[in-house]
Design a protein around this ligand. Structure first.
Ligand SMILES: Cc1cc2nc3c(=O)[nH]c(=O)nc-3n(C[C@H](O)[C@H](O)[C@H](O)COP(=O)(O)O)c2cc1C
Length: 180
């Protein structure tokens, strides 16, 4: 699939078929996601893939702050990626001081790039995704026993799409672009 088509045609998927994506396919998707760029090439993103029904149920009841929209999506989900990152690395050059005024924000930036890379890789493999930011990161950390040095960035629900959503609107190019 052409990279430009991939970027334009990926949609958030919130209805999934009653069919698990096999672990080999998910491993391929994470293998591709490894190629995401990152601050200092520190590669702080981590992927915890949950395909166990009881754990997905717990993620829905305890992990999305009761946000109905996300509860509904998770009800049908057969797979959820917990995207996390190792804290305290991105943003530093040498030593312990942060190199820019954005301090540790770069770790979230890295997680964002990893997140989009994962979603595009999944799209390329025929797997639909939706990113969830309305989450309770502390509950999720506990549910999946995240290592102490990591924190949760987002959930990515994944599976085979059971819907074909229309493209969501985008701002006009003149509203977002300026040349100097
Ligand atoms: C950081 C981030 C957080 C998001 N959080 C949620 C969420 O909690 N629930 C949800 O259903 N969609 C969520 N989305 C998906 C957006 O609503 C979606 O990407 C946007 O409406 C554009 O639609 P598209 O992905 O189909 O192009 C999130 C997307 C991003 C990038």
């Amino acid at each position: 699939m052409d990279a430009i088509d991939m970027i334009k045609e990926r949609r958030s998927i919130r209805k999934f078929k009653n069919e698990k994506v096999n672990r080999e396919t998910m491993k391929d998707i994470v293998e591709i996601s490894r190629w995401a760029p990152s601050w200092g090439n520190f590669q702080v993103a981590r992927y915890t893939l949950v395909d166990d029904e009881a754990t997905i149920k717990r993620l829905s009841t305890e992990g999305v702050n009761g946000f109905v929209y996300n509860l509904n999506t998770l009800k049908e989900a057969k797979g959820v990626a917990v995207l996390s990152f190792v804290k305290g690395k991105s943003g530093k050059l040498e030593g312990d001081d942060y190199a820019t005024s954005k301090a540790n924000v770069w770790e979230v930036f890295d997680a964002g790039i990893a997140c989009q890379t994962f979603c595009l890789a999944a799209h390329g493999k025929g797997v639909g995704t939706v990113i969830m930011g309305v989450i309770s990161d502390e509950s999720i950390s506990e549910i999946v026993s995240l290592p102490e040095e990591e924190t949760v960035a987002a959930l990515i629900v994944y599976g085979y799409a059971d819907e074909t959503p229309n493209a969501t609107p985008r701002k006009d190019i003149d509203d977002i672009l300026r040349f100097v």
